[in-house]
Design a protein around this ligand. Structure first.
Ligand SMILES: [Zn+2]
Length: 433
């Protein structure tokens, strides 16, 4: 099933025409209405009329997160406040959050793009969709909420947390699609087993749409096995819209980017040079139909690869590979780039531990020290010391071969590592740099 076949399967030449028209219109609009962009364009000597083809996108200046902070709260908005019907904001831990505003049309389009995602996951009017993303200023909850309603499915707006009640309602309401972070989905699966719930018999779950944090292929396999579902990835960020910028179809070969609304680019994060399809780099998006806060070439810090080959599902939209990490989540340990998701992948591959882990980075003298805390099962922990030693060795060897650096492994008892009901915290960096 495809929600909006006309657009999602649009022949590329036609799509590119639509993209160019929308890009030109957006560039003119921000130039006329947002002093920040007028100044940035003027500094580069660019006029809206200079954008004659999609390739000219690269002439435009980048936008970074700091620009949103510097223009707090509303200075990047391209419409008067009376046309804004909703605000969302990031959960910044320090200082002011980044604020985004939506017009009535923006909210309407967002619901439609999310309906595309729900439909990709197989949701129809007959489905019950449980939204365990947080509701509030964070875009996750409400983004999924309006999209689910638009798709015609029944929405259970339970928000995050309260795991026992999540599972009770999941059973009683016959929830068939679960939406939350992958780490919380895993936690729900464990809690269900603990409560004696036979997931495959008592629950009607068939699909999960998981996002808001990077996760690995092995994590997908684990979730599919544990919950008896198809686990699909979704991508988004509030600066661009919220969830639904891209989502995965049943082929599970990357996430289709809603290119009629967002122009994707991959750039070299160091030089800012655009890279061709198939090459790994930083994802950059330009919104081409947003009214409230259009953004030009927004640097997401997320690392991915774009693929243009046609997908079996029939959609013509370019696919992005699952995000393996963020340029700012990336740890540099002894000069080597390390992403937490690489560790997760190794743990799931070996399969003798729980995929709950914590990276603790410290500096002894001038040398970085990486310690990886890994939870092992109750059974394993009560077994002979020999087995634990064997496992520790195996993990150390595997991780060294994947990361190219050595790490200390600390096996810990079940439930030692704090669980998260939202985004999981994977790194403790004690280095003072
Ligand atoms: Zn597809």
């Amino acid at each position: 099933m495809i929600w909006d076949k006309e657009h999602e399967c649009m022949p590329r030449p036609e799509l590119e025409q639509l993209q160019l028209a929308r890009l030109q219109e957006t560039v003119q609009r921000v130039y006329d209405n947002v002093p920040f962009y007028r100044e940035a364009f003027d500094n580069k000597g660019i006029r809206p009329g200079d954008i004659k083809s999609l390739e000219d996108l690269r002439l435009l200046p980048f936008t970074i997160k700091q620009d949103l902070r510097d223009n707090y709260p509303f200075d990047l908005f391209a419409v008067p406040q009376e046309d804004i019907v909703r605000l969302h904001a990031s959960s910044g831990t320090t200082g002011k959050p980044t604020v985004v505003g939506y017009t009535k049309n923006d909210i309407d389009n967002w619901a439609d793009l999310m309906a595309r995602a729900l439909t990709m996951a197989g949701a129809t009017k007959k489905d019950v969709v449980q939204i365990a993303y947080g509701y509030g200023l964070f875009t996750g909850g409400l983004g999924f909420h309006y999209g689910t309603e638009r798709s015609g499915a029944t929405v259970v707006p339970i928000s995050g947390g309260n795991t026992k009640r999540q599972l009770m309602l999941m059973e009683d309401f016959g929830t068939s699609v679960l939406c939350c972070t992958p780490s919380y989905a895993l936690f729900l699966g464990e809690a269900a087993i603990e409560m004696g719930i036979d997931i495959k018999k008592q629950l009607k779950l068939k699909a999960g749409i998981f996002g808001a944090e990077p996760w690995s292929h092995n994590m997908r396999l684990e979730l599919e096995k544990k919950l008896g579902i198809k686990a699909l990835d979704i991508y988004g960020l509030s600066e661009i819209m919220g969830p639904g910028v891209a989502c995965e179809c049943f082929e599970q070969n990357g996430l289709h980017i809603n290119e009629d609304f967002f122009l994707p680019e991959i750039i070299n994060p160091e030089t800012g040079e655009p890279l061709p399809y198939g090459e790994k780099g930083e994802l950059v998006f330009t919104t081409i139909s947003k009214e409230g806060i259009p953004v030009i070439r927004y640097r997401t810090r997320d690392i991915s690869v774009l693929h243009a080959e046609v997908c079996e599902c029939g959609r013509t939209m370019v696919r992005m590979e699952r995000v393996t990490g963020r340029t700012d989540d990336m740890l540099i340990i002894r000069g080597v780039n390390v992403f937490p998701s690489q560790i997760e992948s190794v743990l799931l591959e070996i399969g003798e531990t729980e995929p709950h882990y914590l990276l603790v980075v410290d500096r002894q003298g001038n040398v970085d020290d990486l310690e990886i805390w890994v939870e092992v099962s109750e059974k394993m922990f009560s077994d002979e010391v020999k087995k634990l030693e064997h496992l520790e060795k195996k993990l150390r060897r595997e991780i060294a071969s994947i990361l190219g650096i050595s790490a200390k492994i600390k096996l810990v008892e079940p439930k030692t590592i704090p669980r998260s009901e939202g985004k999981a915290k994977r790194v403790v960096d004690k280095r003072e740099l």
